[in-house]
Design a protein around this ligand. Structure first.
Ligand code: NAD
Ligand code: UFG
Length: 338
């Protein structure tokens, strides 16, 4: 396997994965419509790896242009990151989310099928587990009962992929359910670059640290957790990226349909993350306690045994390093990639 097509490769997780794929010797081709990213990321990637990224501005909803990539290159496997991911926005604009994420994926599969390319790695999310009865979460936990349209798109795409693989065993599909990616490449050249007010915890903390926002709102301190604040499984984005390189081996083994959690197996509360950020970077993060955020769950962390045994993959970086690298990117890029 040589040529890997990465959809959404300009985004946060995609860009880190492109770096690790190039380092592992793969020839990477990226398509992205840049709706939530910036072309400048490819200059940064080239600085890190010394390899130019072949990229094309293509929307997954544009079948003609999407098809042209498969005419131009002999693709061996597609890693499919492209999608809209803002939970709150998905509640306000459900049609746009269903259309972009589901129609986009259906277009991709149709064109892959036409070209007899049947190897796919898909970015799913811990959100498909809803509010788990117990933790840690294993891959056979029930899914569905999502709390927003974004989550439903992940659940529905998983179902579509399962049905397609069942109907045609030539398909090899790895579904990766990410927990909470944070951190950045240690060079500080690439990282998370959210538009507007960040929804997620770590980009909010780094914007408080750099002075863009006065304080962090902690959404709820009355959950049944060790300090009352929400507990999540934060994973370094480089570890996550390396999980995709390992998943390619599984595709090469022609393993059919496989599903893996990618997390660390450890849960940290909001206040744990704040504390670790302060210690790692020597910066105080002012915060105040606010009411719970609608749709949030108390606790979510993964069991990582399956990925360890079957992929030979395990997260290496701890919470301090995640906090250091998130801050390193933010302070070197106060205005993102501009
Ligand atoms: P991101 O927004 O940084 O990257 C997604 C990329 O896809 C962007 O560059 C965007 O421009 C592109 N894109 C969106 N719609 C497109 C379309 N129709 N055609 C072409 N390109 C399109 O997001 P990310 O954090 O890197 O997430 C990558 C994937 O992982 C997404 O599918 C996301 O849902 C999933 N995921 C993310 C998280 C997280 O917390 N970041 C957690 C679980 C799952
Ligand atoms: N939080 C705050 N203040 C903030 C932001 C977040 O207290 O300003 C808290 C939340 O209440 C939660 C924790 O920090 O307890 C983590 O929140 P995030 O928004 O960073 O992450 P979520 O777990 O809510 O959701 C993220 C992605 C989803 C994905 C899910 C699982 O946004 O798309 O992880 O992978 F599905």
């Amino acid at each position: 396997m040589k040529n890997i097509l990465v959809t959404g490769g300009a985004g946060y997780i995609g860009s880190h994965t492109v770096v690790e794929l190039q380092k592992a010797g793969y020839n990477v081709i990226v398509i992205d419509n840049f709706i939530n990213s910036n072309e400048l990321v490819f200059q940064r990637i080239e600085k890190i790896t010394g390899i130019k990224v072949q990229y094309y501005k293509i929307d997954l909803l544009d079948k003609t242009n999407l098809n042209s990539i498969f005419e131009k290159y002999e693709i061996d496997c597609v890693i499919h990151f492209a999608g809209l991911k803002a939970v709150g926005e998905s509640v306000k604009e459900p049609w746009r989310y269903y259309n972009n994420n589901i129609t986009g994926t259906l277009n991709l599969i149709e064109i892959m099928n036409n070209h007899k390319i049947k190897n796919l790695i898909f970015s799913s999310s811990a959100t498909v587990y809803g509010n788990p009865q117990i933790v840690p979460i294993t891959e056979d936990f029930p899914t569905g009962a999502c709390t927003n349209p974004y989550g439903w798109t992940k659940f529905m795409i998983e179902q579509i992929l399962k049905d397609i693989q069942k109907s045609d065993n030539d398909w090899n599909i790895v579904i990766l359910r990410y927990f909470n990616p944070i951190g950045a490449h240690s060079s500080g050249l690439i990282g998370e670059n959210p538009n507007g007010i960040p929804n997620n915890l770590m980009p909010y903390i780094t914007q408080v640290a750099i002075g863009k926002r006065p304080e962090l709102s902690v959404y709820g301190n009355d959950y049944n957790t060790h300090d009352g604040t929400g507990v999540r499984d934060y994973i370094h984005v480089v570890d996550l990226a390396l999980g995709h390189v390992k998943a390619l081996n599984k595709i090469e083994q022609k393993a059919g349909l496989c599903i893996y959690n990618l997390g660390t197996g450890k849960g940290y509360s909001v206040l744990d993350v704040v504390k670790n950020f302060e210690i790692a970077n020597g910066i105080k993060i002012p915060y105040s306690i606010k009411p719970r955020r609608l749709g949030d769950i108390p606790t979510c962390y993964s069991c990582v045994d399956k990925a360890k045994v079957e992929l030979g993959w395990e997260a290496q970086f701890g919470i301090r390093k995640m906090c250091e690298d998130s801050w390193n990117f933010q302070k070197n890029n106060p205005n993102g990639y501009q």
